[in-house]
Design a protein around this ligand. Sequence first.
Ligand SMILES: [Zn+2]
Ligand SMILES: [Zn+2]
Length: 375
Amino acid sequence: MSDGRDSRGLNLPFGTTLNLKGYPLVPGQIDCSFYMKSKECKFGSNCKFNHPENVPRDRYRDLSHYEAFRQHNKDRMDVSFFLCHFTKSTNPVVSQTNNIHRIQGFAHERLEAILTKKKVYDCVLPHLDAPVQAVCFTEMMLPSLSMHAEKYSPWGVAFHKSFLFNETKANQVLYCRDELFQSMKEKAQGDHDLLRYMTPFAPKYSEQLHQGTNPIDYSHEREWRTPGPVSFELKNLAYVFVPDIRVFKELMPDLHTQLCEEGVEIRVIEKVAKENSCNNSYRCQRANCWYAHTPDENDVFHWRTGQERRGEERRGEERRGEERRGEERRGEEMRRGEERRGEERRGEERRGTPGTDPRYGSPITLLSGGSSSRA
Ligand SMILES: [Zn+2]
Ligand SMILES: [Zn+2]
């Protein structure tokens, strides 16, 4: 780790991760043509191209409009073919009222909910002073997504642009100068379908901007929004973004299987390297780590601790249940023994002729026999 080489000792660029078959995942690099054809690559872990976790099956892709669009724009380097949505552990907007987020929890749990429910919920937008709701996407290119994920999390989904445009009325957002935004906002008062696509533009080169330690810069956003939640099928997904394939499999084993079976491509979002940050990232044994971790990594560590605790509790519950059932079984056996002995006693009583000789019958038999004979 300290000599700047990958901890596995391979001759890979620093921080390169491998897919579960052992081939490199290289964000931003084109896909390896050998691997995409045969699911194998003779260059193995030394290949410089990208090897997605699973090779998508064409028949599952949302190809209806996508392929024509792709062909038309294949030589335009800045045209993205999909729109990405990343989750966040905190609520996206804090200052707004009526802001009920229907998916709570850590960023990875929200992604899990999105993939399980097959629905991305909308939330209230900032800046508009009204409860206008939308789902937000970015059309950033793959190499820029690591920086984007710093603001959100590395957990996310991407849809084909054609699907969101045609099926969910997605539209680009107009980022405009503050004075323009204010006047447009006043004119569109009450019209959520107009307000939804407006946002004040704050580039870093603005003279009016207060340059704090972490200045706002919207110049890279390239945002799209949809009115209302986005319901989808897995075939509409272009990618599922995760920080680490193994961690994804650890947290959501069933979804990993399902995505692989349905041919949805899983892409790794690389962590932006920072001074002092932990290279073991999500796989770190946290207790003895001196390096810095991202909030999302800490969330996963919390989740793991919670899982261990829940496992303990479940095992304790099972143990107590076992004990309880044991006691019930013993009680049942005792009751049956009691009954059997009573049965035997009554059998003996029946065989001895009750009522004729008081010395052989029980007092009760004698009494009831006596009373019935009197009646
Ligand atoms: Zn290759
Ligand atoms: Zn660490």
